[in-house]
Design a protein around this ligand. Structure first.
Ligand code: ADP
Ligand code: MG
Length: 339
């Protein structure tokens, strides 16, 4: 008899986990943006080079980390966000798995500077493929700055699998926009190779929408609001004439997380019936606030699908809220009495 089973070394285990969490530069950015929001940042800056393939840098002014935490955050299953099983059912943060930074650090060259308000000096840490290369005190602003360089430098198969820069950049902009839409009270900026793509000042949701999608949406947005015992809806829909032939400007957020759901998209589209051509897509940014016990919260962070207990009711509430909003703004065709 011989024993052959061994525990995998951390670096390999992290790299395997990374395969799930980090598919492309945009997925690393999503995790970093969510961490910055969780850290209470009021300003978040993103700098990418070569569509994030050589650099994704995120700078926030959140609460920062202590010297010990600056090292701990790269351990797998290390998190400050939950402690007990009960916490798992009352999650108020984006993160809770403690997997993201460990995964990113396993497949990139990462440098982080972080400082808490209570410390005079911050911490600089450099990690390459899960291996700590350097850790030392550094003077830096309050908050956290993380640079992810050469993603997949040690996983050539993955690196070769990345799409062209325009495609990867589109994914980055998408993730950026989703978080920026969900948090209009936070300032965001995005730079690509020193070019400023977005500078979004803190403000109201309607201002954030115009900041992201352009001035053409000014005067084209209709407020949408509905309150029911288990589900509240708020946000904006576009007037029928603001609809476009292409998809891409339709956003649902459930408890501030972006989700994709074709069935619920149909609820909105259905409410516009008769107001625009069948081949047109309405603009919408709708926030659904729902009791977490009515949704499956333990969905994987990279997944944008979500399971509702009662999808039909959600459908009906959305459809009625959109119809009402369109009606209240007199964009529903009125009866023609001229004959
Ligand atoms: P999770 O977000 O699931 O906890 P992560 O791997 O994304 O796991 O982060 C691990 C921990 O590192 C977080 O729980 C948090 O305490 C800390 N952290 C990560 N990013 C930041 C940040 N930008 N500012 C402050 N703390 C951070
Ligand atoms: Mg996280």
């Amino acid at each position: 008899m011989s024993d052959i089973i061994q525990l995998l070394p951390d670096a390999i285990a992290n790299q395997i986990a990374a395969g799930e969490v980090v598919q492309r530069p945009a997925s690393a950015l999503k995790e970093m943006l969510e961490n910055a929001v969780d850290a209470g940042a009021t300003h978040i800056q993103v700098i990418v080079k070569e569509a994030g393939k050589t650099l994704i840098q995120m700078i926030d002014n959140g609460k920062g980390m202590s010297m010990t935490d600056a090292r701990m955050c790269f351990e797998r299953h290390a998190t400050s966000k939950i402690r007990t099983t009960e916490d798992l059912f009352a999650i108020r943060t984006f993160g809770f798995r403690g997997e993201a930074l460990a995964s990113i650090a396993a497949v990139a060259q990462l440098e982080m500077k972080t400082r808490q308000a209570s410390s005079e000096l911050g911490t600089l840490i450099q990690i390459e493929g899960s291996e700590v290369k350097k850790q030392e005190p550094v003077s830096c602003p309050i908050g956290t700055s993380i640079s992810v360089k050469n993603l997949f430098f040690n996983v050539p198969a993955r690196r070769n699998f990345l799409k062209s820069n325009p495609v990867e950049m589109r994914h980055i902009v998408e993730e950026f926009q989703r978080v920026a839409l969900a948090y209009p009270e936070i300032g965001f900026s995005l730079y690509q190779n020193d070019l400023e793509l977005f500078k979004l000042v803190p403000g109201k949701l309607s201002q954030r929408i115009v900041g992201i999608f352009g001035k053409s949406y000014q005067g084209q947005l209709v407020a949408c609001r509905e309150e029911t015992p288990h589900l509240n809806i708020h946000g904006y829909i576009g007037k029928p004439e603001a609809s476009k032939k292409t998809r891409g400007e339709q956003f649902f957020f459930v408890n501030n997380r972006f989700i994709k759901n074709n069935y619920l998209h149909h609820a909105v589209a259905n409410a516009y019936e008769g107001l625009m051509g069948a081949d047109m897509q309405p603009f919408y940014v709708l926030f659904l606030d729902i009791d977490p016990s009515h949704i499956d919260i333990n969905v994987h962070p990279t997944k944008t699908e979500i399971k509702f207990d009662d999808e039909r009711t959600v459908y009906a509430v959305i459809r009625s809220a959109v119809k009402q909003a369109l009606g209240a703004h007199h964009v529903v065709p009125s009866l023609d009495f001229s004959y």
